[in-house]
Ligand binder design. Structure first.
Ligand code: ADP
Ligand code: MG
Length: 281
């Protein structure tokens, strides 16, 4: 396959003009594109069918499409249509012009108010997904995108699960996610509740927003896993007592006692300044 990014302009199905590469993941390249009929800017995720089949991921792609189709929320990336050629599948999606939240954190940590604002938007999207029977399972700043108004958009449902994957024991059993963001019960391989696991990842994200670095990290993966299992982390000196208390409820290694989304939205730290927060980047 020719590398699409090396070509100036490619027209897809006479309908979209492909522009610059926005980002890529393990199986996908994402391009800026313009709808030639409407002039609307979109993002097009191109996935190679050969790679999907090789990786045994045909079911995952079908699931990603069906999940994205059922999500309609201001803080989840919308899927407009799916196109395919012999060799590729193209997801035509809502464009998140502001790029990855990850890139913003790389420039320095956020104030507590700004961390709260992003976290509120994240939780509103995650709570919505859960209510639709969708568990994201790969929540991390690389998969949180920003639109032109710096509003958060949850994307990349490539590892997501749906209710019908829940086993008779009420649990999910697929080991997935990104090590630094993965919940201890996923590591223990005994089956896990997809909602609780997403809440843990949200806790890691909130910590990263406020601290500017990961709560659990170590060059040795086994050491990092041990820290995750024990919920062994420290707060930066600037984290307020209220936020410490709140994060400790999210990063509770025991999924049974960990805070739920319903409890999160009632938490005083979470609710504070919901309307008043002035947004700056
Ligand atoms: P993968 O499943 O391979 O991880 P993603 O869906 O996460 O692929 O996309 C890879 C990257 O492409 C993202 O991290 C982001 O930088 C960029 N990207 C994905 N979707 C969009 C979008 N809708 N708008 C802008 N950039 C996007
Ligand atoms: Mg991704």
């Amino acid at each position: 396959d020719p590398d699409l990014s090396s070509l100036e302009v490619i027209t897809l199905f006479g309908k979209y003009e492909l522009g610059k590469l926005l980002g890529y993941g393990a199986f996908a390249k994402v391009y800026h594109a313009r709808n030639l009929l409407t002039g609307q800017s979109v993002a097009i995720k191109a996935v190679s069918k050969r790679k999907i089949v090789k990786g045994g991921l045909a079911e995952n792609i079908k699931r990603e499409i069906s999940i994205m189709r059922r999500l309609h929320h201001p803080h989840t990336v919308k899927l407009f249509e799916v196109l395919a050629t012999k060799s590729k599948i193209f997801f035509v999606m809502e464009l998140a012009k502001g790029g990855e939240l990850f890139a913003k954190i790389a420039n320095g940590r956020f104030s507590e108010d700004l961390s709260r604002r992003y976290f509120q938007q994240l939780i509103s999207a995650v709570g919505y997904c859960h209510s639709r029977g969708v568990f994201h399972r790969d929540l991390k700043p690389e998969n949180l995108l920003l639109d032109e108004n710096w509003n958060l958009k949850v994307s990349d449902f490539g590892l997501s699960a749906v209710n019908d994957q829940v086993q008779p024991d009420g649990m999910l059993h697929t080991l997935c996610g990104t090590p630094a963001y993965v919940a201890p019960e996923i590591l223990s391989k005994k089956g896990y509740d997809g909602k609780k696991a997403d809440v843990w990842s949200c806790g890691v994200i909130l910590y990263v927003l406020n601290a500017g670095y990961l709560p659990f990290s170590d060059p040795n993966l086994m050491v990092m896993y041990r820290k995750i299992n024990r919920g062994d982390f420290r707060y930066p000196k600037w984290t307020s007592p209220d936020l410490r208390r709140f994060i400790s409820r999210l990063l509770d290694p025991n999924p049974e006692t960990r805070i739920t989304v319903d409890e999160i939205v009632r938490d005083p730290w979470f609710k504070k300044g919901y309307k008043e927060v002035e947004f700056q980047v």
